[in-house]
Design a protein around this ligand. Structure first.
Ligand SMILES: Cc1ncc(COP(=O)(O)O)c(C=O)c1O
Length: 941
């Protein structure tokens, strides 16, 4: 299945209405930008089609051919690239070159057209058959054109002669049967380096067959970027020594298998060997699905098809379809089921017209006996969730039908309870804050680094997290700290290094639980570079490291630095400076919540919880199920569940292709804006240089993905924070328009462009796996038009250098919890639940308008917020129940001009706790849920 966008060379330049040179936006990668191979390949074939068509109609084709340097460049690139794709391979490209040289342009065009048709996923227009093909490469290219079955590719790694290659490929064709659900083709490469290059560039490859005759080095002139990435990939795998020296040759097979699996864990690996097959089987079964003898080709064929049919299998989606087809009578509380209440209606039949009858036929409930139950799954839903766990690298996965808002509450409730301390980024989603109200756990808010210039936050530096843990340790309260929850990536695309965070935190407290809110990060599992920063991949990697001998000895060495001879810990500075190594018996307790619907295919509210918890059976499972029951509707929406199931099929079969394309398109957008004279003058793309503070930036590359996969790899491996390249934040102060107006008046109303987030002077464009090249081109066109209008408005050179952000006060830090909600004010945690419920009592609160409140604060009073106050944007509570209200918060709120501020009454003002100091009313003490909280004084500074 191909996903290349359909573009012609003509499409690649977006020209604004005025047609002047300055407004042309090129989507062409320039030599400074490392373009990805899928795109180069697609562009090169499209260019050949365009150029050879021109030759066919030209009066002087020969000199046009000689002069067309891009045509020659495209042919040269394809001679290398096609080695890694099924079809005619390098030989097919060479045959096209020969035809061109012989002046047989029509024949050359025909061959190129076949490839482009295939890439576009169109049906061929030619009725030539396999037998009509002029040579072998053409035969390979056309042998199954027009076959509607999904197609995948299988990589075979071995040094083979051309005759052997031909015989292997022919054997595949012979084994094909009309009954097969899918068809596949072989891509044959001679060396380990070629194999790595192939799986990095060709996402259609779903399985690899390793034959021990492969060589190590490629003979192709690969790009420097690809060579570097291959080296990084090979180095990143820990070498394995076979137990007996006699079997040393196994090591290179193992090394290759481990590298391939670490890059694309979804790949199915097979070993095909002649000699020593039993020995190999003994050592290699954990790495390979099966070990075959060379003559077992039929077995291999059946295994390949069977494995893909397992990936394709969608147990719940299939069950829903079966259910829809079954005739049933409904005597159950679900009038909409089978279309009952709709079809018979005079007035609402358009519901079925619009959504289709299947939506209604598929409506059912667990209690009607139709399908599995989400609350106690044992059948198709259980299976669908297990398959999702496989896809996401989790030990257990649970579907959630009310979004990550609910997924987060489930995890909090499952793992924490009253009195536990949870360290949490204050900038986190509101569901976490609400979870504290629910569980009675006490939040200890961590402060992300602020990006004052753009009015939003970055992420929490690891040093701050460690510092807080060390503070609790010094106070003798470390045992109360139960969980750390962080948002990865943040709304604005700042990505943590979860493995490093967890490793260093576990070195201070070895039984910590981690909840990674990956609402925006589900897609990251399906790209070899982004995957490493997902919670599940980090948990697995950390688990592997904890079990290694290297860690054990490094840990022992570091302990000598971290502890004095008398056993007391060295000063905190030492702990902060060291990259802490956890003890090998540390627990791996990792949870991730993902809004699948935000970044992958799923209906709205479709989310997942992934679990990687070494204590699951003993500590968590029962509590988790209770929590899951608490929050899950007894009537969950089955359409959402079915979409999660089939969305999982998609990512397993084509996730890499989709994510790779998404990242490339986003980077080309960034790059095009940065290079376009007018856009560059009007907008500023924010890179790592602006979004990550200098000391946390590591490799210091502003846009690593633009510089190539290897640059991205290094940044994602080493830097404390990186920026998700699929999100593009543009600073717009120079337009003189604020973010909200830009979003609504300029993008939405005028051009129908929807975006999700703005700050006062920035807008965030998110790409997703459905973003097409033409959508990116359209966005660029719109930005050019907007920039032109602004340019006209300011008459060319007078675009103001300042802009709307000049008067923005800094983002307010979390002040502190008031004394009555805090056990020890030198530590940050607070009893928010008590404050919340007390704040719900009308008799306990007053409303005070902002001006009066500011005056009171100026006089030294410390009023306490009785509720959450959350402006959108930035979208996190600037006040939580029990928090002391400071001048910083009021100043910030005073200049906010956002449309929505939840928890703030524009007529009555802020809701604060009454001054009960003088009250003798015993009821005042009972208002909260904690019996013994002291009366609420209004403290003087
Ligand atoms: C970080 C984060 N977590 C959780 C959520 C809630 O996700 P959902 O919309 O799936 O309920 C959001 C929503 O924007 C979010 O940004």
């Amino acid at each position: 299945m191909q996903h290349h966008a359909r573009t012609t060379p003509e499409d690649r330049t977006v020209t604004s209405a005025s047609e002047n040179d300055a407004t042309k936006v090129s989507l062409e990668p320039d030599p400074g930008m490392s373009s990805s191979t899928w795109r180069m390949r697609s562009d090169a074939w499209e260019y050949l089609l365009f150029a050879i068509k021109r030759l066919v109609t030209s009066h002087d084709p020969e000199s046009t051919y000689v002069a067309d340097t891009e045509l020659h460049r495209s042919l040269r690139s394809l001679e290398t690239i096609e080695m890694y794709w099924a079809g005619g391979g390098t030989e097919y490209v060479q045959s096209i070159r020969r035809l061109l040289e012989a002046g047989e342009y029509k024949a050359a065009l025909d061959r190129v057209a076949r490839v482009v048709t295939r890439q576009r996923g169109d049906q061929p227009t030619t009725n030539e058959t396999f037998e009509d093909a002029a040579d072998e490469s053409e035969r390979l290219m056309t042998s199954d054109d027009g076959d509607p079955r999904p197609r995948f590719e299988v990589l075979v790694i071995d040094e083979m002669s051309p005759d052997e290659i031909e015989s292997v490929i022919k054997s595949v064709h012979r084994m094909r049967s009309a009954a097969d659900a899918f068809i596949y083709e072989f891509v044959i490469v001679p060396s380990a380096e070629d194999a790595i290059a192939a799986i990095l560039t060709n996402p259609n490859i779903l399985a690899c067959v390793v034959r021990p005759g492969f060589s190590d080095k490629t003979r192709l002139p690969l790009s420097k970027d690809l060579q570097d990435t291959i080296a990084l990939a090979s180095e990143s795998v820990t070498s394995w020594t076979p137990p007996r020296s006699k079997l040393a040759h196994i090591q290179r097979v193992v090394g290759l298998a481990d590298t391939l699996a670490s890059l694309r864990p979804e790949l199915d690996l097979y070993l095909m060997a002649g000699a020593h097959i039993e020995d190999l089987a003994r050592f290699l079964t954990r790495r390979f699905r099966r070990v075959f003898r060379r003559e077992d080709r039929l077995e291999l064929h059946l295994s390949l098809l069977r494995r893909v049919s397992h990936l394709y299998d969608t147990p719940f989606f299939t069950a829903i379809q079966d259910h829809a087809r079954r005739p049933v009578g409904v005597f159950h509380a679900l009038p909409i089921a089978r279309g009952g209440s709709v079809i018979a209606s005079k007035w609402i039949r358009d519901l079925a017209d619009f959504y289709g009858l299947n939506l209604l036929l598929a409506e059912t409930s667990a209690t009607s006996g139709g399908l599995d139950s989400l609350l106690a799954p044992v059948g198709t839903l259980k299976k669908a969730q297990d398959l999702a766990a496989r896809a996401y690298g989790a030990k257990h996965t649970f579907f959630v039908t009310n979004g990550t808002s609910t997924a987060n509450k489930i995890v909090h409730q499952a793992l924490t309870g009253p009195g536990d301390i949870v360290m949490v980024d204050r900038n986190c989603h509101k569901s976490h804050h609400h979870a504290f109200v629910l569980t009675g756990a006490k939040p200890a808010y961590l402060e992300a680094y602020p990006l004052d210039e753009f009015a939003f936050y970055g992420a929490v530096p690891l040093s701050r997290i460690k510092e807080m843990l060390l503070k609790y340790r010094a106070a003798g309260r470390l045992d109360e700290v139960r969980m750390i929850t962080l948002t990865n990536c943040t709304f604005d695309g700042i990505v943590y290094d979860p493995e490093r965070v967890m490793a260093e935190c576990l070195a201070i407290k070895p039984d910590l639980v981690f909840l990674w809110d990956e609402a925006w990060f589900a897609f990251a599992t399906f790209h070899p570079v982004t995957r490493r920063r997902t919670a599940m991949a980090a948990a697995k990697s950390l688990e592997g490291k904890l079990a290694s001998n290297e860690l054990e000895s490094a840990y022992a060495e570091q302990q000598k630095i971290l502890f004095n001879e008398d056993g007391t810990p060295a000063p905190d500075e030492v702990w902060l400076k060291e990259k802490l190594i956890p003890a090998s018996d540390s627990k791996i307790r990792v949870y991730a919540t993902q809004s699948t619907h935000k970044t992958l295919t799923a209906l709205r509210q479709g989310s997942m919880i992934h679990v990687y918890d070494s204590e699951w059976k003993y500590e968590a499972e029962d509590a988790f199920h209770e929590a899951y029951m608490t929050h899950t509707s007894t009537s969950p929406n089955y359409q959402i569940l079915a979409s999660l199931d089939i969305g999982r099929r998609q990512v397993e079969l084509e996730g890499f292709a989709l994510v790779q394309r998404q990242l490339d398109l986003a980077t080309s957008l960034t790059h095009s804006i940065a290079r376009h004279p007018l856009l560059r003058r009007t907008f500023r793309v924010l890179t790592a240089n602006e979004l990550i503070s200098k000391e946390l930036r590591g490799t210091g590359r502003p846009l690593p993905h633009r510089d190539g996969l290897s640059a991205m790899w290094k940044a994602w491996e080493n830097d404390e924070f990186v920026v998700d390249p699929s999100r593009i934040t543009i600073e717009i102060s120079r337009t003189g328009i604020d973010g909200d107006t830009f979003k609504h008046d300029y993008l939405m109303d005028r051009y129908g462009i929807q975006i999700n987030k703005t700050s006062r002077n920035t807008v965030l464009f998110m790409t997703n796996i459905g973003t097409s090249r033409s959508a990116i081109a359209y966005l660029l066109e719109v930005l050019v038009k907007v920039a032109e209008r602004i340019d006209e408005h300011y008459q060319g050179s007078n675009i103001p250098a300042g802009g709307v952000d000049q008067d923005l006060p800094p983002l307010p830090d979390f002040s502190e919890f008031a004394a009555e909600f805090s056990e020890d004010r030198s530590l940050p945690d607070g009893d928010m639940r008590t404050a919340f419920f007390r704040g719900q009592k009308r008799s306990e609160v007053d409303y005070v308008n902002p001006a009066e409140l500011a005056e009171r604060v100026a006089k030294g009073e410390q009023p306490v917020s009785a509720g959450f106050v959350t402006p959108y944007p930035p979208g996190f509570p600037v006040l939580v129940p029990g928090q002391v209200i400071t001048a910083e918060v009021l100043n910030f709120m005073a200049v906010l001009d956002t449309r929505e501020i939840h928890g703030f009454d524009s007529v009555r003002g802020y809701r604060i706790f009454k001054d009960n100091t003088a009250s003798d009313d015993p009821k005042a003490l009972k208002a909260g849920t904690t019996e013994d909280h002291p009366k609420l004084p209004r403290r003087k500074k």
